[in-house]
Design a protein around this ligand. Sequence first.
Ligand code: ADP
Length: 332
Amino acid sequence: YPPRRGIRGFVPPIRSNGGNTGNVTSRANATKGEDALDDSTKRCMDALCGPDGELPEKLRNLEPRLIEHISNEIMDGKPNVHWDDIAGLHHAKKCVTEMVIWPLLRPDIFEGCRSPGRGLLLFGPPGTGKTMIGKAIAGECNATFFYISASSLTSKWIGEGEKLVRALFGVASCRQPAVIFVDEIDSLLSQRKSDGEHESSRRLKTQFLIEMEGFDSGSEQILLIEARAWIVRNLLNKDGLFKLSTEDIDTICKLTDGYSGSDMKNLVKDASMGPLREALTQGTEITKLKKEDMRPVSLQDFENALQEVRPSVSLDELGTYEIWNNQFGSLS
Ligand code: ADP
């Protein structure tokens, strides 16, 4: 990024093949490099400059296009998930509150013996609320949320993952407090170093471990379990569609053993189509249909939906998580 003040050794970024591959050194007075950045990249860089108008040290040797990608695609300034949106997971929420939220809100209290771990491992089957917890932490602490899928680092950013990781942690350090959510981290860190391992993926792993230094010492494991009744009630309540009795909800819960939070969301979605489908098969045209004429969602709608929406995680797979949790996890 073009320096505004004279910095020795500044190398203006050079555009090649439409992309900017130049390094960021500092903002200052050179004008040549400024033309090489397009407006949106410039805006991202400006937003990261300190009150002195300088780009923070950590970002100066990073490629602008990577910083722009982090700012636009990976960073979520205001994640819209609240603690109360998350069903169940009481133990996980309690651990996260004590380990992450309180220390972020009151760093002065969490010093010495109480100093918090810097990393947290949430594990469990897909669709059980891990990402939601990450977003809610950011929301509760007014922190910036960064989401990156570890598998995209090796698939999409072939050979560049290491640089992107550096850019990610660099931008996050300028946006503190920050929550970095690394999805599918097992895909990255569990790979054993072997002769056949690609050099770039070895460097990527090393970079990750360097950036996460300190994270491993305080990591905790949390078991996520979902509360199905709450999800059904909460989702339908939001839309004012909820007219199910407690017995109906109990029946739905019994029928959905092994469904994850995201499976439940899909189930509710499908069931809530029931009244609409019925009204339309009775001859009402969609353009003339009045919302208030549709009946509430019934148990039968759920039973029909259960034929369509199957659990995405097998009971066998769930067993594996339980065994892992008993051995290494945080017991509730
Ligand atoms: P994960 O990160 O564990 O794969 P997500 O947090 O992305 O799962 O969940 C996917 C979707 O499923 C969420 O956006 C939400 O709608 C629903 N969901 C999953 N778990 C829960 C939960 N515990 N409470 C409420 N909704 C949930």
